[in-house]
Structure formats: structure tokens, C-alpha cells
Ligand binder design. Structure first.
Ligand code: MG
Length: 289
């Protein structure tokens, strides 16, 4: 474990008081972490310089996963808009909200690839009748897919259609391997909760296989480090897996973890969204660039 983090005692709670946190992203330009408190329909930011957290936007159309594009702009998933959106100094712009005429379910998490495409997952959590994570609604296509959005054509194309509720998504540092977690189960797929891995083939993927199952709870979001290890959320903390799927370590967190991201000025801090809180722990590695 010493090769992953210096000490478990180093886990710090940076903020609490949310209902369900998700979508952490380090913003190098402002030295801030941005994340969502989805049921409160707000986006928060924590300032590394002052140590103070503040509301960045509310209402926020129930945003979830986010990442930076090659130009440093935030691209993010919106349950409320059922869309991918991009934000820069000029404002907020919807990038794509439909596939073949129907709205997406509620885009959950995304990954930006070096060719400029954005790959995202589309489970139905934002449509739930409770309205907890979005506006109650109906699915407008059958299933929950992983899409590849091509910025040039403006078209999103399904790349994975076999998962129950695809959720977290990330690529290996060399972009040859795609990881996607599944947080859903069907009667005929009772063991579907896992992280799947797929070989990337051009603008699509080859046949997938199970990469890992976390011991407690389910894997939601995750991040990849520079040595291609997978740092994943789970019910009782963060688990780290080798690229071969071997469990390397566990960082206990006192709340259910939804997602993680690397950040900080040296890229070696792991920011953890966990239920009501944002946590941080210093690691012995950095995020994949
Ligand atoms: Mg998620």
C-alpha cells in the first residue's frame, strides 16, 4: 500500500453537507476542485489556496461527470438537460442531446480522447420518478448505451449496447483500453455490477470482459494513474487495481464513494466524492495525462 499512498491517516475531509456528491474535477487554471451535489441541484468548488468551498452554480440542471477538453474547457454530463454540455468564459453550450431523434437518458460520466471525441455513459438515474437526480421522465430509446460523440460531425454513435447501467468511464493512458463500470442488474444479468474492459478499435471497441468487482458495494466512477492502475469508487472507500486486474490496495473512506479524480499542483492528490463529502488523500503517483 505504501507504493500507492503515503498513509491512510492522510485522508482529509475538505467539505461536507451535501446529499450525494459526484463528478469531481481538478481545475488547474484556478487551483480549484469542482464537483456536483446532484440532489441539491448545485455545483460546488473548493479552493486549494484558501481551503474554502463555495457554491459555483445553483440550479445546475443536475450535472454529473465532467472533464477538461484539450482547450481547458469543462465538458460535463447533465441529467436535467439529458445532454453533454461545454462551458467556457463565454458561457454554457449544449453539445449533443439526441441520438436518432430521441433524447439520451441522463448522461452520467464521460472521457475526452486525444482525437477530440467524447465518450459517455447513459444510464437512466436522472429519469427516476423520485426526481432525486433529475426530472422524472421516460427513456426515448431502448437500453442504456455508451456513446462516442464526434465533435466534427456533431453526431453521437453507440459503441457499447450490452451493459445494464454503464456508469463510470475512463481510458488507459495510451487510449488502447476502455474501462466502463456497470451499476445495474437485470434478472437475467444478476452479476452485472463490475468494471468491464474493452480493447479500443478505431472509433469503437472490441469484445469486453470483466476487469474487476469491488469487494463492497459497486464501482461507480474511477480514475487511471500514470502507470495505468485503476483507482475506483466502492461502498467502503477506494480500491486500486493493476492493469491486469489484480487488487493492489484499499483506502478506507467513512462514506460510500461515488467518484475520484487526480489533481493538485503536482497531480498527485486524489480527490474523492463520497456521499455527503469531498475528501482528499495524497498519493505516490499522478493521474494519467
Ligand atoms: Mg457516476
Amino acid at each position: 500500500m505504501h507504493t500507492l499512498v503515503s498513509s491512510h491517516e492522510g485522508l482529509e475531509q475538505l467539505h461536507s453537507g451535501s446529499v450525494w456528491t459526484e463528478g469531481p474535477l481538478w481545475l488547474p487554471a484556478t487551483k480549484r476542485v469542482r464537483w456536483s451535489d446532484i440532489p441539491n441541484n448545485r455545483i460546488l468548488e473548493w479552493d486549494q489556496v484558501t481551503g474554502v468551498a463555495s457554491v459555483y452554480r445553483k440550479p445546475a440542471e443536475y450535472t454529473n461527470g465532467r472533464a477538461l477538453d484539450a482547450h481547458g474547457r469543462v465538458v460535463q454530463c447533465s441529467h436535467g438537460r439529458r445532454a453533454l454540455e461545454r462551458e467556457d468564459a463565454a458561457g454554457l453550450e449544449v453539445l449533443v442531446e439526441r441520438w436518432e431523434g430521441g433524447h439520451f437518458n441522463s448522461p452520467n460520466d464521460l472521457a475526452v480522447v486525444s482525437d477530440g471525441s467524447i465518450w459517455f455513459t447513459d444510464p437512466p438515474y436522472g429519469l427516476h420518478p423520485s426526481g432525486r437526480e433529475g426530472y422524472p421522465g421516460e427513456q426515448e430509446y431502448e437500453g442504456c448505451f455508451v456513446f462516442r460523440f464526434d465533435l466534427g460531425s456533431g453526431i453521437a454513435t453507440p459503441v457499447i449496447t450490452s451493459m445494464v447501467h454503464p456508469n463510470g468511464i475512463a481510458f488507459s493512458p495510451d487510449e488502447t483500453v476502455l474501462y466502463v463500470s456497470d451499476t445495474g442488474t437485470h434478472e437475467h444479468q444478476p452479476d452485472s455490477k463490475c468494471i468491464m474492459t474493452f480493447p479500443v478499435k478505431g472509433s469503437g471497441v472490441g469484445r469486453g470482459r470483466v476487469f474487476a468487482r469491488v469487494p463492497v458495494g459497486a464501482a461507480d466512477g474511477f480514475a487511471i494513474d500514470r502507470e495505468a492502475r485503476v483507482w475506483t469508487s466502492a461502498g467502503d472507500g477506494v480500491y486500486v487495481y493493476s492493469p491486469a486486474g489484480e487488487l493492489l490496495g484499499h483506502i478506507p473512506v467513512p462514506e460510500t464513494v461515488s467518484n475520484v479524480c487526480f489533481g493538485g499542483e503536482n497531480g498527485d492528490e486524489l480527490f474523492i466524492t463520497a456521499s455527503t463529502s469531498l475528501y482528499r488523500i495524497r498519493t505516490m503517483t499522478t493521474g494519467a495525462l
